[in-house]
Write a protein that binds this ligand. Structure first.
Ligand code: PGA
Length: 262
């Protein structure tokens, strides 16, 4: 059974005070007994604060990006070693905003993925089609080719044992237009199939594939009910502790098949 991953991508949001309050609110409403795994992704500058606020809490944290380089003259970059030093267990790589706004390509993303895995961190590798691809019915080919290009560049299949994928249709991010649960299930299944071809069936069965793109408390339940949707990567709604926790509780329901109690 794959444990649902409920991840909050804060992007470039929150003041120091807001970050601190958000972390405290999440901390008091989560427990080690929760059937889902909680992870937050604050901006780099709040990682020290996050490490402090989330001490003795089941909530893990990670970074929204990382440099593929070890150390040295790379002005403005943050290395995986530094992130590891601040307790990051996860790192989001290849988010569509990084692909579109900062021209990141699959080969660069693959280099970051390899480096993160060798640091013992778990990358959440984002893939997803643009609105144009979606309209042209090119979702499957786009997603498949992103995974194949990343795979081609990786040194070995071993890396696939240590990552998670996020399917994030670009047209659904920050737009309020979530993909339907059926569309998400279709693409998640395709990703799993693709991994089984490139790696092996066992890896494909254990890898977690989370959905991202306008996830809210009112659509999370249907998404998480799908057999290949192993969690959510939540953007906007993760800045509100109440919404973030309610999304996670939809995962509890799926795991325990019990009514949600607030
Ligand atoms: P959203 O963002 O939930 O605000 O659509 C998701 C993401 O970009 O990871």
């Amino acid at each position: 059974m794959r444990r649902p991953l409920i991840a909050g991508n804060w992007k470039m949001n929150a003041t120091r005070k807001q970050a601190s309050e958000l972390l405290q609110n999440i901390k008091v409403r989560t427990s080690y007994a929760d059937p889902v795994e909680w992870v937050v992704f604050p901006p780099f500058v709040y990682l020290e604060l996050t490490e402090r606020e989330l001490a003795y809490s089941p909530v893990k944290w990670g970074a929204q990006n990382a440099s593929p380089f070890g150390h040295g003259a790379y002005t403005g970059e943050v290395s995986l070693h530094m992130l590891h030093d601040f307790g990051c267990q996860y790192v989001i790589l290849g988010h569509s905003e990084r692909r579109q706004l900062f021209r990141e390509h699959d080969h660069e993303i693959a280099d970051k993925v390899s480096a993160a895995v060798s640091m013992g961190m778990t990358p959440i590798v984002c893939v997803g089609e643009s609105y144009e691809n979606y309209q042209q019915g090119a979702t499957d080919t786009t997603v498949r080719s992103q995974i194949e290009r990343i795979h081609q560049r990786l040194q070995d299949n071993y890396v696939f044992n240590h990552l998670a994928f996020a399917y994030e249709p670009v047209w659904a991010i920050g737009t309020g237009l979530s993909a339907s649960a059926d569309h998400a299930q279709h693409v998640h299944k395709l990703i799993r199939h693709c991994i089984s071809e490139l790696s092996d069936t066992e890896v494909a069965e254990t890898v977690r594939i989370v959905y991202g793109g306008s996830v809210k408390p009112d659509n999370a339940y249907q998404l998480l009910a799908k057999p290949d949707v192993d969690g959510c990567l939540v953007g906007g709604a993760s800045l509100d502790a109440d919404k973030f926790i309610r999304i996670g509780k939809c995962g509890f329901q799926q795991m325990e098949n019990t009514a949600v109690t607030d």
